[in-house]
Write a protein that binds this ligand. Sequence first.
Ligand SMILES: CC(C)(COP(=O)(O)OP(=O)(O)OC[C@H]1O[C@@H](n2cnc3c(N)ncnc32)[C@H](O)[C@@H]1OP(=O)(O)O)[C@@H](O)C(=O)NCCC(=O)NCCS
Length: 273
Amino acid sequence: MQAAKLASMPSAQRPAPPILSDGVITLRIARPTDADDVALGCQDPLNAMWTTIPSPYTVTDAQDWLGKQPTGAAWWASPVWIITTPPSDRWGGTIDLRPDGHGGAEVGYLLAPWSRGHGHAARALRLACTWAFSALGLQVITWYAFVGNDASRQTARNVGFQVPNHVFPRFAAQRGERRDSWIGTLTPEGLAAASRLADPRGAYLGPELTRRERDVLGHLTQGQSNRDIAIDLGISENTVKNHVRSILEKLQAKSRAEAVVIGLRQGLTSLPS
Ligand SMILES: CC(C)(COP(=O)(O)OP(=O)(O)OC[C@H]1O[C@@H](n2cnc3c(N)ncnc32)[C@H](O)[C@@H]1OP(=O)(O)O)[C@@H](O)C(=O)NCCC(=O)NCCS
């Protein structure tokens, strides 16, 4: 579904912000109770050095930031997730997308020091970008880091961003000062190629439904039977059954109804108007 279409939907019909998981990390929505962990994690010197968060960072900064987080309909214009590693639900980092309204978005992320060293940023980046290409219909996602941030550059490259070694002088501002930066871009094709390399067994990397599966999910959302879907789409009832089975598997749903709920939550389908 395109971002513009989502934005123009009445808020009652717009899906709730999606929860994304690859089986190792989960991206969930921010809560006021995250404040103490956000404050602790953002006081870390690496986060101060490589991002634009306030420095020094206080619990009040965390509470202010959490208080400003978009909810409901507004969330879709600037998606933000908290990175967690189940079974713990503790804040372990943040990732956000800033759509430009023209098919692009900039991504930013940071991890709590206690979450680092396991490639969790790459997992979060892969999940958020997979979702954004699919649910928001983005064509490109851009990234930048201040020169010297090797861990972030390697993370971006691992996910499929094209990051040349070129230095862009004074590209970005940090607390009133311009800093030299590296810049990268990610396309859906680059993400798909890197995802196959990262996991050649094709593990679950987010709900990548085919175009036909999304059509079928749309019909399920309208409460249609397999027979009606088959007639509407001009395919056999058996083929519909196969698509439904595949949708349930990809969305990790136990029933058609649950698949619809997950699809709505993740922005893969919408309620009929
Ligand atoms: C950038 C950050 C999110 C990465 O966290 P992470 O997922 O724990 O990263 P990892 O430690 O698993 O390292 C990621 C990759 O970078 C590599 N890497 C880490 N430190 C490196 C260094 N100093 N030089 C070169 N490569 C490095 C790792 O080897 C790994 O690559 P690999 O998987 O190909 O082996 C984390 O370091 C962080 O929070 N930094 C501060 C905030 C920040 O920089 N945000 C990004 C702003 S652009």
